[in-house]
Design a protein around this ligand. Sequence first.
Ligand code: ZN
Length: 398
Amino acid sequence: MQLFDTARQEVVPFEPRGGRVGIYVCGITPYDSAHLGHAFVYHVFDVLQRRFRDAGLGVRSVRNVTDVDDDILRVARERSVDFRELATEQVRMFDHDMAEIGLLPVDAAPRATEHVDEMVDLIAQLIDGGYAYAVDGWAFFDSGVYPDYGRLSRLDHTTMIELSRERGADPDDPRKRHALDFVLWQSSAPGEPSWPSPWGRGRPGWHIECTVMSTGALGHPIDIHGGGDDLIYPHHESEIAQAEAAGIAPYVRHWTHVAMVNHEGVKMSKSLGNLVFVRDLVARVPGAAVRLLLASHHYRESWAYDDAEVGAAAARHRRYLDAMQGGGTLSHEAAHRHEQRFFECLDDDLDTPGALNELDAIVEELSDGSGAARGTEGQQLLGRLLGVLGAETEAVPA
Ligand SMILES: [Zn+2]
């Protein structure tokens, strides 16, 4: 399979090692419902996983849960519930929504709060090695001693400072030695959850969580690590820096990033409030139709949500269903040709729109057929290929 690698900035062959692939995808911060932007990211890794499995590879998929952060604590306070209770409830709803659109369950879903001890150990190691420093109960990674900071995102220093400010960091924090130093450990405010550390009670920074949980679940190098493309900087940039500084190198073999879904002219995001929720879509159309909507967009191109596309995806799903249940046959040669092209598309940097075109062509040929045969090779092929896209036409058990 050929897959774009963010680090190399080109489509390169992805080479599995020993018949196995480890995939780590940055998961949710569970304080609100899953929206179409989440679904687009996670469906990509689900299709990847299904494609690898179909090719006979073993896959171990890991998607973490960032179950302690400012947003969860804020929402828990507003609702007067314990933050753990809020996280558990939101994770359950998220898993339900993802199952509704046919996502396979992940093999591991580590939660940040369950791995704080390992995070403390890794931060202590970074401080010992001169790559990090503690101030006032906080610990920061020292970007000044890691000259490669910016390698993944290929951003210049000024742009990184601007972006870090936009994305929640404070480059002007006077405790920092350099503007791009990032938080490894923060002191907890009164009433906030906290864990013991050599620097005082507090909680881990976001970046260190994923380095600990990804390598804890998969070792290193991790075959495929990814998420939304808004995570390239600073999240994944920082993960690489701290991992390599701690001797976890090479950290990742292949970085896969998924483009954003826009709505009302801007990126769909909780902070902007322009969300289309998965649960609202599956109340209107089958989950498999939502999958067809997602698959009709290439994962590296951002796109704007258009309600008319939901109807179009549902109509496509209906056509596939009719073709599977109706008559019509496909010659053995034609079936083989379509199957080959379908996989050529998927293996060409996960060209799911191209793969769908191939399914459309199968349906068209089936409808041209005069026979009333059911369960023919063409129909079976259509069912199998829909399964590789995670768009099985039968209900997926939750
Ligand atoms: Zn992450």
